[in-house]
Write a protein of this length. Structure first.
Lengths: 316, 357
């Protein structure tokens, strides 16, 4: 949170050197210099971002010609109509929503919870923080494969451990419900540390004196958490939620490596479905239409989240 | 009972000792200011009284209890922080009532006590506002309200006015004083502003480098500073100092050979030392210490003259007005009882003296 003085400082910052005269230079030279600096970034954005998006939009409104690998004649909303009529598309969306509905709150709560717990000063705190980063640096496909071994029904260590406390054996990837749980566990393992990192930074940046005031006021651990820490963290929690939401919508790699959408279609998230339709069934136009629908949905929902989080901030 | 005894208290961070044995006895209802430059340990001492820092050695007694191992909430103290430390998401009412709610005080009593405190501080119309909808002065008042509501034995203030602008600071200063006169609660007030300390406190504790330089009533410190440091720290504009040798009991020779006639001999009979005269204790005379006026700054009620004496810049404060012009030679006289003698020592550079309101 900015204090009044910070804000004024920030507002004044850009006019730090109002007296220095701009070097004389022709308008054309000036423009060229500017664009030459921007060119690499513009090129990168156009080739890697703008072109694929417009290409996708283009083919989503066309019949796809495999021979030229491009849009053939314009077919209007046909692809969209077909996709919307396809129950498998809705099933995949539902699977994605189930995954999001469990994974996001779990990760945010766990992430902030762990951060709050390890924020207390103690020896070895740094080491633990460093250890937390490991899951993030493991490639998602590797993580998926690793967890497939851990959760293997026959010789996986998870079932062995659960067996020790008298639970199981569980068919982690065979049962539809458990398969979704496995995906959520793996994803949570992978992404919670990231949230812990953000949350730790946020906790360290909180004003210490408010917590001291709470100590003097006699707030116990629990009411310090609920009456001081959580309200102060609301903006960061909301932002983290949006960041994780944007990352989680893209869920693909872990599912690909761990369950490949199975059993049945129990973990067939939308991105995996789009990928399958495009590169296995070669229905590029229809997948493009699905991708565009998902893109629009994501944008709308993100907008809603941002708006809601701003409302929440005003509330606090 | 709101007595506080600090007995040979020490504080180390790691191997670095910041408080080297500090003892103060504070009586019930007394207003004590801890004053000193940054890093002198005053805030650390206050935080130790509050229980926010451990006590490395020594004892702190509040009332008749040694509180070294007592949690902050059980010390019966309330603290006002420099940055107010209000709960940003709670309105004024809840900010002030929070401590009572933690103590499971009944709703009716909380309302009563919050409203009473709000009335004292003139916060009634603001009770439903959030801290960010308040001005700096109002926030500070809420922070004070939060302290009052608890009806503690001791109030602790940690530089509460340093975030306010000069005019508001003066206003809040008298509000704090009024509040203390009304509630008569023991108050320990940390500030780096000697004017705040002087105007507010019954007793001022001047700290420097982790030790107490002098404890005394404000005017005692002004009239009888025990050390060069206190002399330089207390008073605005600051005291003028001259280092030199006592050629005979009433003749003082500066380094460049200038000889100043002293109205009284050094009571301690030093051979070498520093003499100090406050700007307001000089008088313009027909004969006396010779100086050359460089700047004349009239403010109406008084006139500040910057002059050069033996190559050094000195400040002279004259009540009323004077016809003196820059470049003119003047002669300065000093009343015998208004000249201070110290052991020779470098005059402490006190940057913070300059930001006095």
């Amino acid at each position: 949170m900015m204090t009044e003085t910070d804000k004024t400082a920030a507002r004044r910052a850009p006019v730090k050197n109002p007296k220095r005269p701009a070097p004389r230079r022709g308008r054309t030279t000036d423009l060229m210099v500017r664009w030459s600096f921007m060119f690499p970034a513009v090129l990168l954005l156009v080739t890697l971002l703008a072109y694929p998006i417009f290409y996708t939009i283009d083919i989503s409104f066309s019949r796809f010609d495999i021979a030229t690998f491009g849009a053939a004649e314009f077919v209007g909303w046909d692809n969209y109509r077909e996709v919307i009529g396809d129950y498998r598309f809705w099933e995949s969306l539902k699977v994605t929503m189930i995954y999001l509905a469990f994974a996001l709150p779990l990760q945010v709560v766990l992430g902030f919870g762990i951060a709050y717990l390890i924020n207390v000063e103690w020896a070895g705190r740094g080491v633990i923080r460093a250890l937390f980063i490991i899951p993030m640096v493991v490639a998602p496909v590797v993580a998926g494969g690793m967890w497939r071994m851990i959760l293997d029904p026959l010789w996986g260590i998870m079932n062995y451990w659960l067996g020790l406390i008298g639970v199981g054996p569980m068919d982690w990837f065979g049962d539809p419900g458990l398969a979704m749980a496995s995906i959520i566990i793996i994803d949570t393992w992978r992404w919670t540390p990231f949230i812990v990192l953000i949350a730790t930074a946020a906790l360290l940046a909180l004003p210490k004196d408010v917590f001291e005031a709470a100590r003097i006021d006699g707030a116990n651990w629990w009411s310090t958490l609920w009456s001081v820490a959580v309200p102060l963290l609301v903006p960061v929690i909301a932002a983290t939620f949006v960041i994780r939401w944007l990352g989680a919508v893209k869920m693909f790699d872990i599912v690909l490596a761990a369950t490949y959408g199975g059993p049945g279609k129990a973990t067939n998230v939308i991105n995996l479905f789009i990928y399958e339709e495009a590169f296995r069934s070669l229905r590029f136009a229809e997948s493009a239409a699905m991708a565009v629908i998902v893109l629009v949905l994501t944008m709308v929902l993100t907008g809603l989240f941002l708006r809601a989080s701003r409302k929440l901030e005003e509330l606090f | 009972m709101g007595t506080v005894q600090i007995r040979d208290v020490r504080k180390s961070f790691g191997t670095f000792e910041v408080l080297h044995g500090v003892s103060i006895d504070i009586e019930d209802g007394e207003f004590v200011a801890l004053v000193g430059p940054s890093g002198c340990g005053k805030s650390t001492l206050l935080r130790m009284i509050a229980g926010l820092e451990d006590i490395t050695a020594g004892e702190i007694v509040i009332g008749d209890r040694v509180v070294n191992d007592v949690a902050p909430k059980d010390r019966d103290i309330a603290m006002v922080f420099q940055n107010y430390a209000l709960y940003p998401h709670k309105n004024v009412r809840d900010n002030m009532g929070f401590a009572l709610r933690q103590r499971r005080v009944s709703k009716r009593e909380i309302t009563e006590r919050v409203e009473e405190a709000a009335r004292i501080l003139g916060l009634e119309p603001l009770l439903d506002r959030k801290p960010r909808q308040l001005s700096g002065g109002q926030r500070q008042r809420v922070a004070m309200g939060r302290a009052i509501v608890r009806n503690p034995n001791v109030f602790l203030f940690d530089e509460p006015l340093s975030n306010l602008d000069a005019k508001l600071r003066v206003q809040m200063r008298s509000e704090i004083k009024e509040l203390h006169q009304r509630l008569k609660t023991t108050t320990i007030y940390v500030t780096h502003d000697q004017i705040e300390a002087m105007t507010l406190a019954d007793r001022v504790v001047v700290m420097n480098g982790g030790v107490i330089e002098q404890v005394g009533a404000p005017l005692d410190l002004y009239d009888r500073p025990a050390s060069l440091f206190v002399a330089a720290f207390i008073g605005s504009p600051p005291m003028n100092f001259f280092e030199g040798d006592f050629v005979d009991p009433t003749t003082f020779a500066l380094a460049d050979g200038t000889r100043l006639k002293l109205p009284v001999p050094d009571p301690k009979g030093r051979r070498h030392g520093t003499i100090g005269v406050r700007p307001e204790h000089f008088t313009l005379e027909q004969s006396g210490w010779p100086a050359t006026v460089s700047v004349v700054e009239p403010t109406g009620s008084e006139t500040q003259i910057t002059a050069r004496l033996a190559g050094r810049s000195i400040r002279v404060l004259i009540r009323g007005r004077t016809a003196t012009r820059p470049g003119e030679a003047i002669h300065l006289g000093v009343e015998p009882e208004l000249i201070h003698f110290f052991d020779a020592a470098p005059v402490p550079a006190l940057a913070e003296m300059e930001d006095v309101a």
